[in-house]
Write a protein that binds this ligand. Structure first.
Ligand SMILES: Cc1cc2nc3c(=O)[nH]c(=O)nc-3n(C[C@H](O)[C@H](O)[C@H](O)COP(=O)(O)O)c2cc1C
Length: 217
């Protein structure tokens, strides 16, 4: 039997922090869909590096382009930096850097070099002026092409950036390899609820586990 949930937040869904359901839909906690964690690096107006720990971007395209589709809160510095410069870099680091990424959230002041605050090192990008994370095994250099106000309420925006250049660490560049083991893509399981009790606020960090390889693609 399936548990059905509609557009109205179920009454028994517990609230654990103010604005929990203003920032995220109850569907987010009901579905528990895992997402790949990454950071977005941009430059602040004063030239210092800004880092945004992000979990909701996706990556797709067609023969005429590959795109980073990035939901961002419009009040975030990253949103404002991208709107000003039209540029950003997506960085993928392994699970060992989770706490480092988190440190960039707690050091979010205008005067802070957020790469330094997270213990990361700056690496020059090839096609944009904002920096890459040296510790990332994969970086995507992007230029903003489109924007959408997701719910129409001015909270979350969807920014679509064209990927113009990527760089991959050599040992992650061999197909089905380290990208999908313990040191590869880090995922977040964002506070899935027990749908019967409405309780649960724990999130989890996960990695990929390859269960099958299709030789024919
Ligand atoms: C695990 C995790 C995932 C996050 N994912 C996002 C996200 O997808 N979008 C977003 O706008 N903020 C997300 N945040 C919150 C931002 O990282 C945080 O607000 C950050 O300080 C914003 O930085 P900025 O204002 O310099 O852009 C996430 C935080 C954590 C801990």
């Amino acid at each position: 039997m399936k548990i059905e949930i509609g557009n109205t937040k179920p009454d028994h869904f517990a609230t654990y922090w103010p604005e929990q359901y203003e920032l995220f839909s109850h569907f987010e906690y009901a579905c528990g869909i895992p997402s790949v964690l990454h950071t977005i690096t941009t430059l602040k107006e004063n030239g210092k590096p800004n880092v945004n720990f992000n979990f909701a971007a996706s990556f797709t395209g067609d023969g005429d382009g590959y795109f980073a589709i990035v939901p961002l809160m419009q009040h975030s510095h990253t949103y404002q930096n991208i709107k000003r410069s039209g540029e950003f870099v997506i960085n993928f680091v392994s699970k060992d850097y989770y706490d480092h990424c988190y440190d960039t959230i707690t050091h979010n002041e205008e005067d802070t070099d957020e790469l330094e605050a997270g213990g990361f090192h700056r690496e020059a990008a090839k096609t944009v002026s904002c920096p890459r994370m040296q510790e990332a095994f994969l970086v995507l250099e992007c230029k903003l092409e489109k924007e959408l106000d997701l719910s129409g309420s001015g909270k979350a925006a969807l920014l679509i950036g064209r990927v113009n250049h990527i760089a991959m660490e050599e040992k992650y560049a061999e197909g089905i390899d380290a990208k999908y083991d313990d040191n590869g893509f880090m995922q977040i399981i964002h506070a899935p609820k027990n749908l019967k009790t409405g309780e649960g606020q724990a999130s989890a960090v996960a990695v990929c586990k390859v269960v099958r390889v299709n030789e024919e693609g």
